[in-house]
Design a protein around this ligand. Structure first.
Ligand code: HEM
Length: 477
């Protein structure tokens, strides 16, 4: 539906309009849906090379793929109220209910305000202590010389970190439920995004039933946990904040608490798993970079995981993670649906159309990054950072709906990568490169990372570290 009141429409972009073009290979029937379904990541890169805004159709639905940073700023920063979360994400409400990730409008604002304090600096510093303890426990089971699939270890670690910090609980039952749900969720998201399948097939009955079963198990686990917690003194973790806002006069009912809990558990562990797995993969593919990082870190941290205060001065670690999230952004595209007439990059977008902003393609653009497909952490100098336009690099999004867990995720991935890189040199055990698959997050398909582990010494010769002991289990607050 074209916009009837274009003259009233504001745009944050005052300069020349951003170039706009149609997708070069549209079919009459499917629009660009076939090209997208063939390989979504390549499709986004093709759009980026075509124009800053690519106008297209996914079957009958009008869509825009936006890769020009100033136009992305129009959507996320200047006119967020003209957009809502996309239709596809609404379908995922079966997973997340109406949690922070899928909610819109007043409900989202209220919940975000309630939940934000769970991510304060003080809480993140506590969180990091939990991460350090769990990462130490994990690495203590790794043996020098073994070939190991470390994917499962990292999933378990990230799930444990988020569950212990947010809910003050983790056990085998929750671990099992979380792992099963994450795998099903991945398949479900892939099916939902398979846009050329007829709608009923896009949401297969078998998967729906499986999701319902696993969500049922998680809900009953959380119900029991909530009941236990209701009888205990109040705590200031995530669940504590939700419980404090519950009750007859409070803004949250039991369903809302469950929805937010499921959202946090899933959004909070798959994303960091993705960041850590890709960082370790890239370091394993670039042993010289890994050795240099290990030396830098050992000089500062002497083989230990960093504390919150130490993280700030680890420039080469920060550069490694920025470069990882540039090449493999855990959330590789952000989507919205237009709900009010709006100008983006100088063009009026009609109400009802979909907008996709793929970090995957923007982060790999030769306009902003020299040798964009290469892993070059050293590119992240202070002057390079200053020179990048806003939204040429946006792994955590931006504006009001920026990732609520961004700082926590950054600290967690940094601590894990720092510890593992100092303790072990990883060599890829398989020759084939890992292939990223579009799901809820960008994870390798098949889901594994097999590496040979070689214990490092402080001087990077092959002598084991002396004097490391398993730290006492961190107390939960
Ligand atoms: C490397 C790790 C992570 C990345 C790259 C990432 C990325 C993002 C992005 C791009 C968004 C915006 C999505 C959109 O607007 O459509 C988002 C939202 C969100 N993230 Fe993260 N995230 C990460 C880790 C986490 C963690 C650890 C948590 C929780 C513990 C978390 C919880 C959330 C939630 C609840 C939202 C919805 C926020 C809102 O709309 O108010 N994320 N994340």
């Amino acid at each position: 539906m074209p916009c009837a009141i274009a003259q009233d429409v504001k745009s944050g972009t005052k300069a020349t309009p951003v170039p706009i073009a149609r997708f070069p290979e549209e079919s009459l029937l499917l629009g660009s849906a076939r090209a997208y379904t063939r390989n979504g990541l390549e499709y986004y890169q093709r759009c980026e090379r075509t124009a800053g805004i690519v106008k297209t159709r996914f079957l009958w639905k009008q869509g825009y793929v936006i890769t020009e940073p100033s136009a992305i700023a129009d959507v996320l920063l200047h006119h967020p109220d003209s957009f809502m979360k996309p239709y596809v994400l609404q379908r995922l409400r079966v997973l997340f209910g109406e949690g922070l990730l899928t909610a819109d409008g007043e409900k989202w604002k209220e919940h975000r305000r309630l939940i934000q304090p769970a991510f304060s600096t003080e809480r993140i510093a506590h969180f990091l202590e939990v991460v350090r303890g769990n990462a130490e426990a994990m690495v203590s089971s790794w043996r020098n010389g073994e070939v190991r699939d470390i994917y499962a270890d990292v999933v378990e670690l990230c799930l444990k970190n988020v569950a212990q910090t947010m809910f003050g609980a983790y056990d085998e039952e929750l671990g099992g439920i979380g792992r099963a749900l994450a795998a099903t969720c991945h398949q479900l998201v892939q099916a939902v995004f398979d846009v050329i399948r007829p709608r009923p097939l896009r949401f297969p009955f078998r998967l729906q039933r499986q999701v319902q079963r696993e969500l049922g198990a998680l809900n009953s686990y959380l119900q029991r946990l909530i009941e236990r917690r209701e009888g205990q003194p109040a705590r200031r973790d995530f669940l504590g904040l939700l419980l404090a806002a519950a009750g007859p006069d409070g803004p949250l009912d039991r369903q809302a608490i469950l929805d937010e809990s499921v959202t946090m558990l899933l959004a909070g562990h798959e994303t960091t798993t993705s960041a850590v797995i890709w960082a370790l993969y890239l370091l394993a593919r670039h042993p010289q970079q890994a050795d240099k990082l290990a030396r830098d870190l050992q000089a500062e941290l002497h083989g230990e995981a960093p504390s919150y205060r130490e993280l700030n001065r680890l420039d080469s670690l920060r550069a490694t993670l920025d470069e990882t999230l540039r090449l493999y952004p855990a959330t590789h595209r952000i989507a919205r649906t237009v709900i009010k007439p709006v100008k983006v990059g100088g063009h009026v977008l009609p109400v009802g159309s979909d907008v996709v902003m793929p970090q995957w393609a923007v982060h790999r653009s030769s306009r902003w990054f020299r040798d964009p497909e290469a892993f070059v952490p050293s590119r992240w100098s202070p002057s390079f950072r200053r020179s990048l336009p806003r939204f040429a690099y946006f792994p955590f999004s931006g504006g009001a709906r920026t990732c609520v867990g961004a700082q926590l995720a950054w600290c967690e991935s940094a601590a894990i990568v720092a510890l593992l890189t100092q303790r072990f040199r990883l060599t890829l055990a398989d020759n084939d490169p890992l292939v990223p698959a579009e799901g809820l997050t960008l994870l390798p398909s098949p889901a594994r990372l097999r590496v040979r582990l070689e214990r490092r010494s402080r001087t990077s010769s092959n002598v084991a570290f002396a004097g490391w002991t398993q730290p006492a289990q961190t107390e939960m607050w």
